[in-house]
Design a protein around this ligand. Structure first.
Ligand code: ATP
Length: 458
């Protein structure tokens, strides 16, 4: 399993999905750049989320709020006070860790709590045992300074979640879109957390992207809606190709809930990091009326809803599915990666690496490949590729042996390879090869666009 992560890390770099940022200066484990294929895959994930959660629904609208909000937002939301993690340092190697992460990893490995707390735990870096300091609370928000002064007056926070931008504009969005509960506001955007132990590739970084939707409901209906959204979100991951055996729910124990939450259930994926099989992919939280009430109290704004018939007035409860784009991408890559066999040029079976990504997620939808680099075939193939680019991200490739070009497309998950051969010059048809079955079909040149359109829905 650990090899699988390494395989993906290697493939991600060599094929241009994702690689360490600032690598020429040594890179960092805390930041990654998304290359030509990575940016496509990431955009496709976001597009599917947006379609399923926003534009595909009558009861949800979209928003793109600022990364830097008024400082009062984070004071009111409780983040200045509560968004803190217990930090500990190993006295042997001076590496810092989050104490709760160390304990969780211990529990995952041994199936029980460490009897003497941190004293029972070996340092993940140097291996020494019982060398941790007493944990100290550390605020996880990244700060910056606005304006010319570097002092307290210009202090600002980069958002650690996109949700607060939704809460503070709740009323404006509700009224402008003429909605009333039950309805939701969805948002995709960057969030920042000063993580102490970034790592596991793109699983935990300091800068990341979230896909969050705040669903506002009448108090009393929150538990029903919680079940509904938990189910919707689980099915979204399944529908886009993650295997059920690699997904599970994790119910947060009551005593460990965040300050705003009445119930939180994570959708976990079998990432298999170190000793830990499952890790969080998405969290679904019942945030109650905590956020709207606290912002109402601090700002004076009225977020209540008046019920016409009963005259009843209430502050909406919020159910929030919050997913990570980057973690999602890692899960999709891990789940899609497979090795099977395919015949090489001599007809012998060879190991084939293939990304069985859902067609909707595949970064390149089709590759047009002339059988060989040739004055007749190459221009014809190039023209076809250009025609198809009006609708999809399409590659043209005429460098090297055709078998090797197929392999390359398989490895990046391209669903269709379209070969222009010498017969094409006579029969005006091409061979379309499907990635997973490797079945080939002869399709008339003027039918290729329709052929793909019927198979690349969504
Ligand atoms: P964790 O316990 O792993 O730190 P969290 O419970 O703090 O995560 P949430 O606040 O629920 O995370 O955020 C919602 C989602 O945002 C997570 O499920 C995850 O997919 C993503 N996410 C959170 N922190 C990071 C990070 N540092 N890097 C990448 N993705 C993240």
């Amino acid at each position: 399993a650990a090899d699988k992560i390494e395989t993906i890390v290697r493939l991600a770099k060599s094929r241009g999905f994702v690689f360490p940022s600032s690598e020429i200066y040594g890179g960092t484990r805390a930041a990654y750049d998304y290359g030509p294929l990575g940016v496509e895959l990431k955009e496709n994930i976001k597009r599917q989320w947006w379609k399923a959660m926003v534009t595909g629904r009558e009861d949800v609208v979209g928003l793109d709020s600022s990364v830097i909000l008024a400082r009062e937002v984070w004071e009111a939301s409780g983040h200045v006070k509560e968004f803190t993690d217990p930090l500990t340092e190993c006295q042997s190697c001076h590496k810092r860790f989050r104490a709760d992460h160390l304990i969780e990893a211990y529990e995952a490995k041994h199936g029980r709590e460490p009897e003497h707390g941190l004293a029972d735990i070996n340092c993940p870096h140097c291996g020494n045992k019982g060398t941790f300091t007493e944990p100290r609370m550390f605020n996880g928000m990244l700060t910056t300074h606005l304006g010319v002064t570097q002092d307290e007056t210009g202090l600002a926070y980069l958002r650690p979640e996109t949700a607060q931008g939704i809460f503070v504009s709740y009323k404006t969005v509700r009224d402008a879109s003429r909605k009333k509960p039950p309805f939701g506001i969805g948002q995709i955007g960057k969030s920042f957390r000063n993580e102490i132990t970034p790592g596991n590739f793109i699983f935990r970084t300091r800068e990341f992207e979230q896909m969050e939707m705040e669903y506002f409901v009448k108090p009393g209906e929150d538990e029903k809606w919680f079940e509904y959204w938990l189910n919707e979100r689980y099915n979204w991951w399944l529908d886009l190709g993650l295997r059920a055996e690699n997904l599970r729910f994790y119910e947060h124990p009551q005593e460990k809930l965040s300050h705003y939450s009445k119930r939180t259930v994570d959708i976990e994926y079998r990432f298999n990091f170190g000793g830990q099989e499952f890790s969080e992919l998405e969290g679904v939280a019942n945030r109650t009326d905590f956020d709207l009430s606290t912002h109402s109290k601090h700002s004076g704004e009225d977020f209540t809803q008046l019920e016409q018939d009963s005259g009843e007035r209430w502050t909406p409860f919020v159910v929030e599915p919050a997913a990570g784009v980057n973690r999602g991408m890692l899960a999709f890559l891990l789940d899609a990666y497979a090795e099977d066999e395919a015949p090489n040029a001599k007809g012998q079976m060879e190991v084939r690496k293939v990304l069985r990504l859902d067609k909707r997620l595949a970064p390149v939808k089709a590759a047009v490949l002339p059988l060989s680099r040739n004055a007749d075939l190459s221009p014809k193939a190039r023209d076809l590729a250009q025609q198809l680019r009006r609708n999809w991200n399409v590659e043209f490739d005429d460098a090297g042996a055709i078998g090797r070009r197929y392999r390359r497309q398989d490895e990046i998950g391209t669903p269709f390879c379209i070969t222009v051969d010498f017969d094409t010059l006579d029969d005006h048809a091409v061979t379309v090869r499907e990635r997973d079955t490797m079945e080939q079909e002869r399709v008339a040149l003027d039918q290729v666009e329709g052929y793909l359109a019927a198979r690349l829905i969504g």
